[in-house]
Design a binder for this molecule. Structure first.
Ligand SMILES: Nc1ncnc2c1ncn2[C@@H]1O[C@H](COP(=O)(O)OP(=O)(O)OP(=O)(O)O)[C@@H](O)[C@H]1O
Ligand SMILES: [Mg+2]
Length: 348
């Protein structure tokens, strides 16, 4: 997303528009299984299962980013639980929550304090389950068993190999695939039509090439390109040029040049306006440093040291330190290192 979009974003948010109305990824997130793009076998299998909801098993969704895992989980909750599905659905992120004890407490409270009434069970959606340690997963397995009479779990992960055997064997496993070129291009074209935005087929194909089957990423780039008026070669190139990774690289470069304030503001824009998670920020930063993209700021010689520092802050986030404070501290440390390596001169 580009600068122009982000200013519009802030203005619109101030006028009380919701993220759902503003972000096309949310606006066009399917609400019913029938509207999910591709993933045909999975959707068919799930429809058969939820035709008699009482027999719904725990499920494990695996697959790459942005292909519909969370979307399908939410569709199931809507279709099985009906109008008040939100009241009976608990969405947790295993890597955000402060460890398995928090998961246990939240699940316990959730299953204890809301009455079940006319619904068959409550649904717990646990994202990023593969980020949990094997010990935490063993505890999770216990929690799943203890709440078997009241709840069903949908666990979501990228890598199924990171999920312990005892959990795998207690779930029906669905493997999501990257979306194909036609799926992505047609979906993007539909969104353009609904938004009344002019587009060129070639430009949509270029977005597919860049995002290789990650529909979330593709829609975000489409929205950024559309902010230039038309989705064509030039607007897509411009949108791609300012994709998250490049912008995170820019933040790191500013910090290394000693420009802490600008770096911090841009970092906040990425995390607060664009919703980039703090851990993704660190991940992208390390990818950019490894690519040597930040070499002109002295990262070549300092590369190893920078990666060590990023790993340390990544760890602090995992163990639950405050993300805003940690990222600001990270940038301050980079600014200090940048100054030291340029012989005490801040910036260039
Ligand atoms: N199969 C799909 N059909 C329709 N829209 C999709 C599909 N996959 C992704 N999207 C779009 O991308 C957005 C993100 O999808 P979703 O949250 O389901 O991805 P995910 O597979 O859970 O990815 P992650 O592993 O990064 O959490 C959705 O809001 C929707 O707009
Ligand atoms: Mg998801």
């Amino acid at each position: 997303m580009n600068y122009r979009v982000s200013i519009l974003f802030i203005l619109a948010l101030e006028q009380g528009m919701s993220i759902e109305q503003l972000m096309w990824v949310e606006k066009y997130r399917p609400k019913r299984l029938d509207d999910v793009v591709n993933q045909k076998e999975i959707v068919e299998g799930i429809k058969r299962i939820i035709a008699s909801p009482a027999g719904m098993p725990n499920m494990l969704f695996a697959g790459p980013a942005g292909v519909g895992k969370t979307t399908v989980a939410l569709c199931i909750a809507r279709e099985v639980l009906g109008e008040y599905w939100r009241d009976y659905t608990l969405e947790l992120n295993a890597s955000d929550e402060r460890g398995i004890n928090m998961v246990r407490e939240k699940v316990k409270m959730f299953t204890r304090y809301t009455s079940i009434g006319s619904i068959p069970f409550k649904i717990v959606i646990l994202d990023e389950a593969d980020e949990m340690t094997p010990e935490a997963q063993t505890a999770l397995r216990r929690i799943m068993e203890d709440s078997a009479s009241t709840s069903r779990f949908i666990l979501i992960c990228n890598y199924i190999s990171q999920i312990i055997g005892p959990i795998q064997s207690r779930c029906v496993i669905f493997r999501f695939k990257s979306l194909a070129r036609d799926d992505v291009v047609n979906h993007l074209a539909n969104i353009c039509k609904l938004e009344g935005v002019r587009y060129e087929d070639k430009a949509l194909e270029m977005i597919y090439e860049f995002t290789s089957g990650d529909l979330r990423h593709a829609i975000n780039i489409l929205q950024a390109a559309a902010s230039h008026g038309t989705v064509n070669d030039a607007s897509v190139r411009s949108a791609l040029g300012i994709s998250y990774k490049a912008r995170v690289g820019e933040v790191i470069r500013l910090a290394l040049e000693g420009n802490f304030n600008d770096a911090r503001l841009k970092m906040l824009e990425l995390t607060k306006v664009h919703g980039l998670s703090e851990r993704d920020f660190i991940k992208f930063a390390s990818e950019e440093i490894m690519k040597g993209a930040i070499k002109d700021a002295g990262a070549n010689t300092k590369g190893a040291e920078l990666l060590r520092i990023l790993a340390e802050y990544d760890y602090r986030l995992v163990v639950g330190a405050h993300p805003d404070i940690q990222l600001a501290a990270l940038l301050a440390e980079l600014a200090r290192i940048g100054k030291a390596s340029s012989g005490g001169r801040a910036g260039k």
